[in-house]
Design a protein around this ligand. Structure first.
Ligand SMILES: [Cu+2]
Length: 319
């Protein structure tokens, strides 16, 4: 009997150890892809900005241990009550009520736990709020259902970033539904301010590897920032249900060296000088290849964007 019990205990220990190893192993050692989701991964995408590094620290070092400790403590209390104070083992229950020290403790301890969480939480919130002096600003406008990017500092008018079609994504070996026709290009190790707005309905600009998510609200300009510490391609998506093609408006950010960025800016400006901002936008849109044109002038002016001519959209916007 004893040996059978020991065998079961060994089995249980084995299962628990295996599960824990699988859990922590998957999250810590799986070699998660950078800038995109990884199949079977647990936890958040690896970060490439100070904000995301600190958000991961807040989650893994502060929240997760507290949640685990509370869960284990409450489970142990429950089990203890079930086994120690059931009717059979405790036929005559005590009749007292109120225990002042205990009540003070179970009021104060949760308050202190919340204060600890709040201290770290506010530090992170302030960090998101306190943007360093930005090197440049980009404006991201959410449309049904694509993104428009504009570089006011570099005088690059808005261009359209669409979902890269499946055949092209396969041919290029990039993830379908994450890759875009024209990425947002930014330099590495530079603070980039992102002004986010929506042209029709509420969208949201989110790039998990940057730890950035910001609502794109029509008639309002929100601001967020990131400073990416390594060159690469990072994917995000719209994070606010915005209509039938909500899942088909990816965000692709290419982080490049300063020299590559300068070259890209020069290529974006193009050799052909444009007489008016309107024609400039049209030239940029035409040069982009498979572009869905920008929104109607009414939508564009709502979002404060440069009005552009209105060729027929790929997927006509319905409201
Ligand atoms: Cu959207």
């Amino acid at each position: 009997m004893k040996s059978r019990f020991q065998g079961m205990r060994a089995l249980a220990t084995g299962i628990a150890t295996g599960a824990l190893t699988a859990f922590w192993g998957a999250s810590a050692f799986a070699g998660d892809l950078i800038g995109q989701p990884t199949d079977g991964a647990i936890g958040m995408q690896p970060g490439v900005t100070p904000l995301k590094h600190d958000a991961i620290f807040f989650h893994n070092a502060i929240l997760l241990p507290i949640i685990t400790a509370i869960t284990l403590f409450v489970a142990a209390l429950l089990l203890w009550c079930i086994f120690r104070f059931n009717k059979r083992r405790n036929p005559v229950p005590a009749r007292w009520s109120h225990n002042t020290p205990l009540e003070v403790a179970w009021t104060l301890v949760p308050v202190l736990i919340l204060v600890v969480i709040a201290v770290f939480s506010f530090r992170l919130l302030f960090e998101y709020h306190d943007m360093p002096k930005p090197y440049m600003t980009v404006k991201a406008t959410g449309y049904q259902w694509y993104w428009g990017y504009e570089y006011p500092d570099q005088k690059i008018p808005e261009f359209v970033s669409n979902l890269l079609p499946e055949d092209q994504a396969k041919a290029k070996g990039v993830p379908y539904r994450l890759a875009a026709t024209q990425p947002l290009v930014v330099p590495v190790n530079r603070t980039v301010q992102v002004l986010v707005t929506g042209a029709d309905v509420i969208h949201a600009f989110a790039v998990p590897a940057f730890g950035v998510i910001m609502d794109a609200v029509p008639g309002r300009v929100n601001s967020t920032w990131f400073k990416v510490d390594r060159i690469g391609t990072y994917y995000g998506s719209c994070r606010e249900l915005c209509g039938v093609d909500h899942a088909f408006m990816p965000i692709e950010v290419k982080v490049v060296s300063q020299a590559d960025f300068d070259a890209w800016v020069a290529s974006k400006k193009g050799p052909a000088p444009a007489a008016t901002p309107t024609t400039k936008t049209a030239v940029a849109n035409a040069a982009g290849g498979s572009n869905t044109p920008a929104a109607t002038p009414a939508q564009a002016s709502m979002a404060g964007a440069t009005p552009s001519p209105t060729p027929a959209p790929k997927a006509p916007a319905t409201y």
